[in-house]
Design a protein around this ligand. Sequence first.
Ligand SMILES: NC(=O)C1=CN([C@@H]2O[C@H](COP(=O)(O)OP(=O)(O)OC[C@H]3O[C@@H](n4cnc5c(N)ncnc54)[C@H](OP(=O)(O)O)[C@@H]3O)[C@@H](O)[C@H]2O)C=CC1
Ligand SMILES: O=CC(=O)O
Length: 326
Amino acid sequence: MKKILVYQRLERPVLQELQIKYDVRFFNDPNPLSNREFVSFLQEADGIIGLELEVNKTLLDHAPNLKVVSNVSVGYNNLDIEELTKRNIMATNTPGVLTDTVADMAMGLMLAVARRIPELDQFVKSRQWTQSLTEEQYGTDVHHKVLGIIGMGRIGQAIAQRARFGFDMEILYHSRTPKPEAEAKYDATYCTLDELLQQSDFVCLITPLTKETEGMIGKREFQLMKPSAIFINASRGKTVVESDLIAALKEGQIKAAGLDVFTKEPIEPDNELLDLPNVVTLPHIGSSTYETELAMSRLAAENLEAALNGQRPKNLINPSVWETAK
Ligand SMILES: NC(=O)C1=CN([C@@H]2O[C@H](COP(=O)(O)OP(=O)(O)OC[C@H]3O[C@@H](n4cnc5c(N)ncnc54)[C@H](OP(=O)(O)O)[C@@H]3O)[C@@H](O)[C@H]2O)C=CC1
Ligand SMILES: O=CC(=O)O
């Protein structure tokens, strides 16, 4: 029976289906390589499926039998693709099935920050709503404002669609290459990063975390933004220099931020972002709905099983492994 290591998350019905066909073990230690049982199972594992397992050279040295690593996420910054490819191990992810759900969350964050929803919810629940609101409690409009999207891929375009047609926003975007089709569809304008930062009322970051995007938004970029700008990060925490974001929020270089992702997750209790009144935080929930998590688990399991059965997985990140195997 083939051995499957499940890390952190796989929805129950999918886990149960795999358990019928394979020898499945579940782990969720934050430092898995210090768990002897994990290391011993890894020695014989044919496949890994799960979330945010740091698959690097050290881990792979303990996995001589591994054929596939199936991420239950679209982002795969946790995988050393070069090292996996060198060892002829397939890597897969789950693009597409979460796109709309993440875009909904990004819009939710924009609204929550602009209209100060969490803060005013607390105001009501703490029984402070005893007379009409004061001007200090007003929010700012989302509709008809300028939204700058950094990373005009699947999710970026789903955000553009919502913002353009739901909220009549003007869309600016920046990505590695211009997207003429998206420009026509969402009436969007391609900008350099600096132009986007200077002109946007809302800046939404939704790129993958790569060597190029790590720290792409820092002190210089916050200084370029409007003092009234609202910054949304739905990508990965490390695309932003967090200490520079904190400084920008404290010094009024930008107005506020909505953050689904952080440099360290779960966030450390002493992270200053937790004490800033102009920040709305979420625990990395972009895709966390029942429907979408199940769809992601199913897709990840299909990818895993295809690789184990000698078929080409639908969402193969390193196709050269397949070409070599043919
Ligand atoms: N908060 C959450 O829970 C979630 C977060 N995510 C994050 O969102 C990311 C994007 O997902 P998805 O839209 O499906 O991915 P896509 O690959 O479809 O889109 C990524 C976009 O980022 C752009 N990009 C890549 N590198 C750069 C760069 N150096 N500078 C500017 N733009 C760049 C790409 O540009 P080009 O097309 O020109 O190459 C592309 O437009 C994921 O990788 C993940 O990190 C995803 C799901 C949930
Ligand atoms: O952050 C989630 C993902 O799918 O990537």
